[in-house]
Design a protein around this ligand. Structure first.
Ligand code: ATP
Length: 246
């Protein structure tokens, strides 16, 4: 039997009061891909990720993950990295590993321990005493050590130094199961574009482009970073230009 798409948005809108954060998004996400969710601040990336994780519900339209409305089943196949850390300060890495082990059937503890060792993270270290970047690494290790189908990573490398970014990206692409898909939102496009299969550009709550990286490069002969800058370029304010301030 043909599998349902891994994620499918059908005319999805999401409003917060008067603000329309997502505007009639229709999008199909396939399996076995690394997808960059790219857009300027406030364009709706986190909103899309939270919808796929079932943390918020659409105001209009329908959303399916593996053919199902987000709920208990879909949470069991989605591994989510929020844009901020949520562990209690008193916990050490060992406590957190045990918590994930207990909580998620698909958690591979030995994989997580290996990644911690490779990034010189001591299992006795407490969240309280860790740098922000180290906390982010721990969280990403946990999320990528689940055997999930859909990994939703909201700004996974923002606080991590460039040397560790490379390790983390390589870890991301080498460590998820082949059928799985990774969706990651970031502003650090040049750092991540080598690992991307597809990009989704989002602007003011609308998906304005969804294409494979190969097709974009072939058509435009430019890096994704350059295409992004061209798509979202803002006109700088300059005193005296066009006589605007006179
Ligand atoms: N809980 C909320 N209440 C009110 N407005 C919200 C809420 N969450 C998001 N918004 C608004 O919805 C829009 C989209 O926000 P979202 O966080 O999805 O953007 P983003 O693309 O992830 O931005 P960034 O790159 O800055 O993280 C923004 O205008 C934001 O202010």
């Amino acid at each position: 039997m043909k599998k349902a798409p891994l994620a499918e948005f059908r005319g999805v809108s999401k409003g917060f009061g008067k603000k329309l954060a997502l505007d009639n998004v229709t999008l199909t996400i396939g399996r076995g891909k690394v997808i960059g969710l790219l857009g300027p601040n406030g364009s709706g990336k986190t909103t899309m990720i939270k919808l796929m994780n079932g943390l918020i519900q659409p105001t209009k339209g329908e959303l399916f993950i593996d053919g199902k409305t987000p709920g208990v089943y879909t949470k069991s196949i989605v591994s989510y990295l929020p844009d901020r850390t949520y562990f209690a300060d008193w916990m050490n890495v060992k406590d957190i590993l045990s918590m994930f082990d207990e909580f998620y059937e698909d958690f591979d503890r030995s994989k997580a321990e290996k990644m911690c060792a490779a990034l010189n993270i001591d299992k006795e270290d407490r969240i309280k005493t860790m740098s922000k970047g180290t906390r982010e690494k721990v969280q990403l290790i946990l999320v990528m050590s689940r055997n999930a189908q859909l990994y939703l990573l909201d700004e996974p490398i923002a606080g991590v130094d460039p040397a560790a970014r490379d390790y983390i990206l390589t870890t991301i692409i080498n460590n998820y199961n082949e059928e799985g898909t990774v969706i990651l939102s970031t502003h650090l496009i040049s750092d991540i574009e080598r690992v991307l299969d597809e990009v989704v550009f989002i602007k003011e709550g609308k998906v304005v482009r969804h294409e494979t990286v190969d097709a974009i490069k072939e058509k435009e002969g430019k890096s994704i970073d350059d295409v992004f800058r061209d798509t979202f370029r803002m006109v700088p304010f300059a005193r005296g230009v066009n006589g605007n301030d006179r």
